[in-house]
Write a protein that binds this ligand. Structure first.
Ligand SMILES: Nc1ncnc2c1ncn2[C@@H]1O[C@H](COP(=O)(O)OP(=O)(O)OP(=O)(O)O)[C@@H](O)[C@H]1O
Ligand SMILES: [Mg+2]
Length: 360
């Protein structure tokens, strides 16, 4: 009997679905165990495709392909595909102190003011918008800027000896800026105090179940980085760079620091990569094009995308709502959402392939 004549069966449907590949994990969706709850009722076929992240960049493409292939099977009248997602824990995470947090993602940069906090808050909000459970920790204990960017400055509540994270833009959020009485004062910490202050923001918070905890780091390579790298098993770090970052040298230094602390690099994002004219919307690559993309490829690191220099990104941050939430259809929001999907894909790839490393 040829495949064409085979009666409609689970096997026949699964044989077609084996032709659908996850381009990130490079295996078919049946082998990956993504196909669930397959049912055949007369000519009506139903199944779920359970992805490793709701922010999957090729979610629609996979659904369309699956639908098309199954529809073409003789005897199939209707196909109903339900897309679901379950974010996998980083294999390291299971042993960590934050047991309900599946992935910790740090956002760092070599120098200050490149837009780490802006990118961190937008990526976190975009991941949350996709349906993931997301926390955002302001790791910049020296100059916390996220309370302003999220429009939250009131001190958090406590319950059962833990800090209840504030909620904004769909995120559970914590910052040292919420604990100090004088937000305008610079926060000066000696090494051991910095370590303690940061640990409090990380461990004394009732984060609940999180798919992703995004940590916005202070610039450079200091105490907070070390504390973070040594106290939680991170899925990885994202480096934010700007075109002015001469030959990306400063970012490379940050990269080496993460490598030394055994933190995998999930990718590089180029911020302020080009200018979008506030009047006509024209795109102007004032600093040249493709520098970070080239450097990333030379270093064998994923390039996650370019974010424009866009006045709307800054003004929304100043107003306390990230642009991806305030104006989801804006060109910059579309780009930031795509980058969040690339990031989620890198996390899935890491978790699928990662060996379990011991933290020292
Ligand atoms: N793509 C962008 N377009 C326009 N303005 C931006 C963009 N990215 C960041 N900014 C603005 O640049 C300033 C610095 O950004 P941000 O605070 O995010 O940088 P940072 O790297 O976190 O700084 P720090 O090192 O001090 O923590 C802010 O005013 C922010 O609104
Ligand atoms: Mg910052």
């Amino acid at each position: 009997m040829t495949a064409q004549n085979t009666p409609l069966s689970d096997e026949r449907v699964l044989a077609e679905l084996r032709k659908v590949n996850d381009p990130d994990l490079q295996k078919d969706i049946v082998t990956l165990g993504f196909v669930r709850n397959l049912s055949i009722d007369g000519g009506a076929v139903r199944f779920d495709i359970n992805l490793t992240t709701p922010a999957c960049p090729v979610k629609d493409q996979m659904r369309d392909e699956a639908e098309r292939l199954v529809e073409a099977i003789p005897g199939v009248a209707t196909v109903s595909v339900n897309m679901t997602a379950e974010v996998q824990s980083s294999p390291q995470m299971a042993k960590g102190a934050l047991e309900n947090v599946r992935n910790v993602i740090a956002v760092g940069s070599g120098k200050g003011g490149v837009g780490k906090s802006t990118i961190a808050v937008n990526l976190a909000a975009a991941l949350s918008g996709s349906g993931a459970r997301v926390g955002l920790l302001d790791g910049d204990i020296y100059g916390p800027s996220l309370p302003i960017m999220l429009g939250v400055t009131a001190a958090p509540d406590h319950a059962d000896g833990k800090i209840t994270p504030r909620e904004s833009a769909g995120l559970r959020f914590m910052s040292m800026g919420l604990l100090v009485k004088t937000p305008d004062q610079p926060l000066i910490w000696r090494g051991p105090m910095a370590h303690k202050a940061f640990q409090q923001c990380l461990f004394d918070v009732a984060w609940g179940e999180l798919d992703y905890l995004v940590v916005d780091l202070p610039p450079g390579t200091g105490d907070v980085h070390l504390t973070l790298a040594q106290s939680v098993p991170m899925t990885g770090a994202v480096i934010v760079s700007t075109p002015q970052d001469v030959g990306l040298q400063i970012s490379v230094k940050t990269l080496r620091m993460f490598e030394q602390t055994k933190v995998p690099i999930l990718g590089i994002i180029e911020n302020m990569a080009y200018y979008i004219c506030g009047h006509c919307g024209a795109k102007d690559p004032i600093f040249g094009e493709g520098g970070a993309r080239r450097a990333a490829s030379e270093m064998g690191i994923p390039f996650l995308g370019e974010v424009p220099l866009d006045m709307a990104i800054r003004s929304q941050a100043d107003l306390g709502t990230p642009i991806v939430v305030a104006d989801p259809e804006a060109a910059s929001s579309v780009v930031l959402r795509q980058i969040s999907e690339q990031l989620a894909a890198q996390v899935s790839i890491r978790n699928y392939n990662a060996p379990v490393l011991e933290i020292e």
